[in-house]
Design a protein around this ligand. Structure first.
Ligand code: URA
Length: 434
C-alpha cells in the first residue's frame, strides 16, 4: 500500500478500504506518510466523505497507533467530551459525581486554546496538582478514588497528534469526519463503556449554528456506537458563560462553592443532564430523569465533594482541599468592578469575546507555549435576562495590573449588550442526539 494510491481513491470519490485507512494511520505515526501526503488526504477528506464505516475504521486505526487502556474494575467506565466553551467547568463536577454513583471515570482532558478554557489548566490552578500522571498512577486512582482528570500522554493516539498539527496549518481542521476521528481516537483510547458528548452552540462555542452542532454530534454518536461504545450527545447552550466566573482558580472556586454549598444553577443542571445520560447507558439509572436526579443528589450531599478532594490529594494537591479550598486557591493582584453603563436587561453576550478577555488577562493561551496566570479572570458575571440599573456591578475583573484590568473592562463592556426590553432566554439543552 502507499499514500498516493489512497489519495487517488479519494480524488476519484471512492472510499479507501479499512486496511488502507489502517495503513494510512500507521503511516502517520511511523513516518511512512509524509506531511504532503497527509495534507492531501486531509484536504480530500474535506470534499469526499469516507462514510460512517470509513470514519470508524480511521478512528480505531488512529486509536491503535498508541496505548489503549485496559481496565479490571467492578463498575462501568464512563467519560464525557465537550467541544469547549467559556465558564464551562462541568468536568470538575461530573467526574466525582459519576464516581459517587458507582462508575469509574478516567477522564483524559485538554488545555484551553483560543477563547475556551481547559480543564487541566483549571485543575493546575490548585497548588501542587500534577495532571501528567503515568498509566499506573491513573489505574491506582481508579481503585482508590474512582475518578481522575488527567492529560494525555504522548502514547495516546500519536497518529492524531501529528495529523492534527498538519490539519491545523492546512485549513483542514473543519472536516466533520476528521474532527470525529481525531476526538474519538483519543477518547476511545481510555476504553470507556459509555460516552456522552456535550456539543456546544452559541456565541461562546466553536459551533455557531444548530446545523453544524447537529452534524458533528450525529457523526460522533454514529462512529462511537459503531465502535462499541454506547454514546449519546446533548447540544447545549453557550450563548453565555455556564459559570458566573471565568478564569482558572475562579472557576475552581465556583465548583467548590457548588460542591460544598447549595448545588443549583446552570452548571449543576447541565452536569446532571449529561451524567443522567451516562448512568442510563451504564445501567445505573432507569431513565435520564432518574440519572440526573442521582447526579444532582451526589453534588448536593457532599459525596462528590469528598471524592473531588481525594482526587486532588492523589494528584499532588493539598490533602485538605475540599474543606479548606479558600486557603489554597491563588488570587490576582488587582480587583476591579465593571458597572452597567445603562439601565435595562442583559440581552446578549459575546461568549468568545469574554473568553478572549480572560486570555488577554493572562488566564488562557493563544499558542501552546504561553504561560498562564491562574488567579486572573472575571467573576460575578451578570446573566442573560438579568435586570440592571445604571451603575450596578455586572462583573468583577481579577487582573495582574491596573492596565490589564482597564483593558479587560473595555472588552467585557463591549461583549455585553444591555437593552430596554428583556430578550427571550435560550434553553440550557437544545437537543438530544443518539
Ligand atoms: N479537537 C480535537 O481534538 N480534534 C479536532 O479535530 C478538533 C478539535
Amino acid at each position: 500500500m502507499d499514500a498516493r494510491a489512497i489519495n487517488a481513491k479519494l480524488r476519484r470519490r471512492e472510499v479507501p478500504s479499512e486496511d488502507e485507512l489502517r495503513w494510512f494511520a500507521n503511516g502517520l505515526a511511523n513516518g511512512d506518510v509524509t506531511d504532503a501526503q497527509a495534507a492531501a488526504f486531509a484536504m480530500a477528506a474535506c470534499f469526499q466523505s469516507i462514510g460512517t464505516e470509513g470514519c470508524r475504521a480511521l478512528t480505531l486505526a488512529m486509536r491503535d497507533t498508541g496505548d489503549v487502556l485496559k481496565w479490571d474494575l467492578d463498575g462501568p467506565v464512563l467519560d464525557k467530551h465537550s467541544t469547549g466553551g467559556v465558564g464551562d467547568c462541568v468536568s470538575l463536577l461530573l467526574a466525582p459525581a459519576l464516581a459517587a454513583c458507582g462508575a469509574y471515570v478516567p477522564m483524559i482532558s485538554g488545555r484551553g486554546l483560543g477563547h475556551t478554557g481547559g480543564t487541566l489548566d483549571k485543575l493546575e490552578a490548585i497548588p501542587g496538582v500534577n495532571t501528567q500522571v503515568s498509566e499506573d498512577h491513573l489505574k491506582g486512582m481508579m481503585q482508590d478514588v474512582g475518578c481522575a482528570i488527567v492529560g494525555a500522554t504522548a502514547q495516546i493516539a500519536p497518529a492524531d497528534k501529528r495529523f492534527y498539527a498538519i490539519r491545523d496549518v492546512t485549513a483542514t481542521v473543519e472536516s466533520i469526519e476528521l474532527i470525529t476521528a481525531s476526538i474519538l481516537s483519543k477518547k476511545l483510547a481510555a476504553s470507556p463503556d459509555a460516552l456522552v458528548l456535550d456539543v456546544k452552540i452559541g456565541s461562546g462555542a466553536f459551533m455557531k449554528t444548530a446545523e453544524e452542532a447537529r452534524a458533528l454530534a450525529q457523526s460522533m454518536c454514529d462512529v462511537a456506537n459503531a465502535a462499541g461504545c454506547r454514546t449519546s450527545a446533548l447540544i447545549t447552550d453557550m450563548n453565555q458563560p455556564l459559570a458566573p466566573s471565568l478564569g482558572n482558580a475562579l472557576e475552581v472556586a465556583e465548583v467548590m462553592r457548588l460542591l460544598t454549598g447549595q448545588a443549583a444553577g446552570p452548571l449543576v443542571e447541565i452536569s446532571a443532564a449529561l451524567g443522567g445520560e451516562l448512568l442510563v447507558h451504564a445501567g445505573l439509572a432507569t431513565d435520564v430523569q432518574d440519572g440526573a436526579a442521582r447526579i444532582a443528589a451526589t453534588l448536593g450531599d457532599g459525596h462528590a465533594a469528598d471524592i473531588f478532594g481525594r482526587m486532588i490529594a492523589a494528584m499532588g494537591g493539598p490533602a485538605d482541599f475540599a474543606g479548606n479550598w479558600q486557603a489554597h486557591l491563588p488570587g490576582a493582584e488587582v480587583q476591579h468592578d465593571v458597572k452597567a453603563p445603562a439601565a435595562g436587561h442583559v440581552a446578549a453576550m459575546n461568549g468568545e469575546a469574554l473568553g478572549l478577555a480572560v486570555v488577554g488577562l493572562g488566564g488562557g493561551r493563544m499558542v501552546e507555549s504561553d504561560r498562564i496566570h491562574p488567579g486572573v479572570g472575571v467573576s460575578g458575571m451578570a446573566r442573560l435576562g438579568q435586570e440592571v440599573a445604571a451603575g450596578d456591578v455586572i462583573a468583577c475583573i481579577h487582573a495582574a495590573s491596573e492596565d490589564d484590568a482597564k483593558a479587560a473592562e473595555a472588552a467585557v463592556l463591549a461583549a455585553i449588550a444591555i437593552e430596554e426590553k428583556p430578550a427571550e432566554l435560550p434553553p440550557l439543552v437544545h437537543e438530544r442526539i443518539s
